[in-house]
Unconditional design. Structure first.
Length: 303
């Protein structure tokens, strides 16, 4: 073995050693991964994400995947001659669109199950309808009825605990039932946060199409890699956060205050972003932590 090969091997060993304390700290703890965005439509990124989650499972984590499917749903809505309509980022969902969404989400769900099992781990796909996992009521936007879009009012996590106990990786499609057993589409971010709170997850990771949080989106030097829930509230109150990031960040702070230890906002366009964020000291995204943990690690938010 020449010097170059020895150096490469040593570098790999250093990466494994760097990961060790994180594996020890979070071993046997639940991590919820919200899977969406470009990472769902790019074949190479799909493989990367599933490899990451499977590795997390194999080293002792208890991962749960909650996935979206918005781009695929819009494609199929277009195929039947309908035009996708959104209000404040939520899809207007009539009965026909709901039928299409359920079909697409189930298709996506089983594809992810197949990918995990191809890597040698056991996975089971469920929707929020199974076992009464996600109970919803109709969501309105500024008083407007947007159809079969659900607001989560209850989570029954027993089915997920049972699957984890039997060494399965649960993969959840965001569909729920109301009190009349009508089917509703649910925002996948909302579903991931509600599930993370209900199962007492130590970590919640969002795979998105952005690098993370910026105090000023036009200034790349203002990237924030670490901040507390209160700091996130201040960013929102001061008007630094808008668009689709606003409800996502509110979900993050709600999850932290409900007991989730860490929330990560990651760029799903980066291969193996989950492993880089969780198992390295520097990370690659934005991590939101509890206020009381402010002094426990490198902290770079500046008000």
């Amino acid at each position: 073995m020449n010097q170059k090969e020895i150096t490469e091997v040593m570098n790999k060993a250093e990466v494994l050693i760097e990961a060790l304390p994180y594996i020890q700290k979070f071993n046997r703890n639940i991590i919820v991964v919200k899977y969406g965005g470009s990472a769902m439509v790019d074949e190479a990124l799909q493989k990367s994400v599933i490899q990451d989650v499977t590795l997390l499972k194999l080293v002792g984590f208890k991962p749960i995947i909650v996935h979206g499917g918005g781009k695929e749903i819009s494609k199929w809505v277009g195929k039947v001659g309908k035009e996708a309509e959104f209000v404040n980022g939520l899809r207007v969902t009539d009965a026909e669109t709901m039928e299409i969404a359920e079909m697409v989400l189930n298709k996506v769900n089983k594809r992810l199950v197949t990918m995990v099992q191809a890597l040698g781990s056991k996975a089971i796909g469920v929707t929020g309808k199974d076992g009464g996992l996600l109970k919803v009521e109709k969501k309105t936007v500024d008083g407007r009825d947007i159809g079969y879009v659900g607001n989560i009012v209850g989570v029954e996590p027993k089915i997920l605990f049972d699957l984890l106990e039997k060494d399965f990786l649960p993969i959840v499609a965001p569909i729920g039932l109301d009190e009349n057993f009508d089917t509703y589409n649910i925002n996948a971010d909302d579903a991931a946060c509600a599930i993370a709170r209900a199962v007492g997850a130590k970590k919640l990771a969002f795979l998105t199409d952005i690098e993370g949080l910026y105090k000023d989106v036009d200034d790349k030097s203002s990237f924030i890699s670490r901040l507390t829930a209160s700091d996130a509230d201040a960013l929102i109150a001061d008007g630094y956060i808008g668009g689709g990031m606003l409800p996502k960040l509110k979900n993050c702070t709600d999850a932290i205050r409900a007991g989730v230890n860490r929330v990560h906002i990651l760029d799903g366009r980066i291969a193996h972003c989950l492993l880089l964020e969780i198992f390295t000291n520097s990370g690659v995204g934005t991590m939101i932590m509890r206020d009381e943990d402010r002094n426990l690690m490198s902290y770079d938010y500046q008000p």
